[in-house]
Design a binder for this molecule. Structure first.
Ligand code: ADP
Length: 387
């Protein structure tokens, strides 16, 4: 039988010798706040994370755990403990719940509390694990913000589609203007144009100018739409851009077996860009890579960075997918170039527009994993020291 499961068996000597060191290392490293109390509610152990969470610099061992609770729990805690000792009726022990705790400075904060019980040499011991929910709430708020930004991102995509649609619309008046002008020019080539010819020319020119006005309106509509989505360049941390975009791109995509790695060079972390737009580029590239690998036996996705020519960083999104189909590769980054049934073929053309508007370049190469690697460059906010 395993000696640890046999309550009669003695723990190995080495374990006993190191138990104090072991305890110290657990208290220093356990990520949640961990507190051990005795039957009277006296604190026996208080982890480093608990010190940070509750704002205590000094030692709190020996004090009653009530100091960590706001009223009314603080006043009732002795009764709770007594009641549990007498009846065994648990409200929290072994169940866990969300409640409120009190920091040293008197401020309250929401926590998730889980308590376990053990029999010690001198009575029962209770171990509490506490998680600060403000951190989680903050993370949730951040996620909400990201989702709001994502809707902006889809507007940027919509802008790409709109631009293509408008380009198509513009083509019609421009073609009409060209043919009216051409018609008028050839009519005027006659030596002495008749009054009738001149009337036709006048009509053609009127039509041409009406078409030109129509084209102007279309351009104005596009400009209005774009001006609502102003691009703002700021100093950003590439690490943050990449990790957020990856989290968004990989959320809910159900990639079981995906081996995902981010290897960014810390020397080239500060970049000058519109965060939302560059995240849109990353999002498109990561989603494309994940989609490309759907049927691959090996699914390896890597995002890495390295210094490029002076003042630029090169970001690479590499996959182990099947590589680019030759018919797509020939027109990569052109709008409406897609190999997917439901694809729009706009993602990469939008990526190119954004990267080039940032003064960078985007291209594709075979990846080290036998798939595709998309590379793009971005302006650094400051030159690397040894650059
Ligand atoms: P869409 O995803 O709507 O097709 P994109 O412009 O994003 O539009 O991509 C165009 C095409 O490029 C895709 O249809 C696909 O054939 C190819 N492609 C893009 N990324 C990859 C990749 N990582 N691996 C293989 N092919 C890719």
């Amino acid at each position: 039988m395993c000696p640890f499961l046999d309550s009669q068996a003695k723990p190995p000597r080495a374990l006993l010798d190191s138990s104090e060191a072991l305890q110290r290392s657990i208290l220093a490293t356990v990520p949640d706040a961990m507190i051990v109390i005795d039957e009277a509610g006296t604190i026996l152990l208080f982890s480093e994370a608990a010190h940070r969470m509750f704002g205590y610099d000094e030692d709190v061992v020996g004090q009653n755990v009530k100091i960590l609770m706001p009223r009314p729990d603080r006043d009732r805690h002795d009764d709770y403990m007594r009641h549990y000792m007498e009846t065994g009726e648990a409200h929290i022990i072994g169940i866990g719940r969300i409640t409120t705790a009190r920091r040293r400075d008197g401020s309250n904060f929401p926590i998730e509390l889980a308590i376990g019980e053990a029999q010690g040499e001198h009575g029962r011991l209770f171990t509490g694990f506490i998680r600060d929910l403000t951190e989680i709430q903050r993370a949730e708020r951040r996620l909400n913000d990201l989702q709001t930004e994502l809707s902006h991102i889809s507007r940027v995509s919509a802008m790409g589609s709109l631009a293509s649609a408008l380009a198509h619309e513009l083509n019609q008046p421009l073609t009409a203007i060209a043919s009216y002008a051409e018609g008028a020019r050839s009519l005027l080539e006659e030596d002495a144009p008749s009054a009738e010819t001149l009337t036709t020319v006048r009509e053609a020119l009127a039509e041409a100018s009406a078409e030109a006005l129509r084209a102007g309106q279309i351009v104005r509509r596009l400009r209005e739409f774009i001006s609502r989505g102003d691009s703002e360049k700021r100093v950003e941390r590439l690490r943050r851009l990449v990790s957020e975009a990856a989290a968004l791109a990989l959320t809910g995509a159900g990639q079981i077996g995906l081996n995902f790695e981010i290897r960014l060079d810390a020397e080239v972390d500060l970049v000058l860009c519109d965060r939302i737009q560059i995240q849109q580029v990353l999002l498109n590239l990561i989603r494309n890579a994940v989609e490309a690998m759907q049927r691959s036996a090996r699914q390896q996705l890597e995002i890495r960075s390295r210094p490029a020519s002076r003042g630029l960083v090169e970001v690479v999104v590499a996959d182990s997918g099947p590589g680019l189909a030759p018919e797509v590769a020939a027109q990569l980054f052109q709008p409406f170039n897609t190999s997917k049934d439901k694809g729009m073929g706009l993602g990469l053309s939008i990526c190119r527009t954004i990267v080039e508007a940032h003064g960078g370049r985007i291209w594709a190469e075979p990846s080290d994993f036998g798939g595709t690697a998309f590379h793009f460059t971005l302006e650094l906010a400051e030159e690397p020291q040894d650059g």
